[in-house]
Structure formats: structure tokens, C-alpha cells
Design a protein around this ligand. Structure first.
Ligand code: ZN
Length: 80
């Protein structure tokens, strides 16, 4: 695995997904499901509102968990 290539291709997604955790914290109180595997995560208010706004604008759930994103990246760039 090459960890350094990933940050370069994350640019077109909302970047503050680092605020999302898979457990509840003082900051992360809002439940959000991964758009792909539907696993439950917790987001802080700003991140949550950004995602809700995107969904309200008719976009699919733009949030993808780390696992799914890694898989997606491999599909998109690894074509094998
Ligand atoms: Zn997922």
C-alpha cells in the first residue's frame, strides 16, 4: 500500500471529513451513514450540516467512510 498517493486524489471531495469518527465524541454528536456501506459514523455540526446540505440539493450522500473511499480509489485508479 502506498499511503502518500491518497491525499493527492482526495481534493475534489469536501475535505473536512477528518472530523468524522466511528464513535461518538464531545464534538461529533450527529449520526451520519456512509453513503456506500451505510456504516454508522459521527460527525461534528459543521461537517454534518455540509453533508445534509448536499443531500438536500439532490446529491447523493457525499460521505464515504475511509474503507469505502480506499476501495473506491483503488477501483478508480487501480483498474485491474
Ligand atoms: Zn463505507
Amino acid at each position: 500500500m502506498n499511503a502518500t498517493t491518497r491525499s493527492a486524489i482526495d481534493g475534489d471531495l469536501i475535505e473536512n471529513y477528518v472530523n468524522i469518527t466511528d464513535y461518538k465524541t464531545n464534538l461529533n454528536q450527529h449520526q451520519i451513514n456512509c453513503g456506500d456501506c451505510a456504516k454508522l459514523f459521527y460527525a461534528d455540526t459543521a461537517t454534518y450540516e455540509g453533508i445534509v446540505r448536499a443531500i438536500e440539493q439532490g446529491l447523493d450522500n457525499p460521505f464515504m467512510c475511509e474503507d469505502c473511499r480506499l476501495e473506491y480509489d483503488e477501483l478508480a485508479y487501480g483498474q485491474r
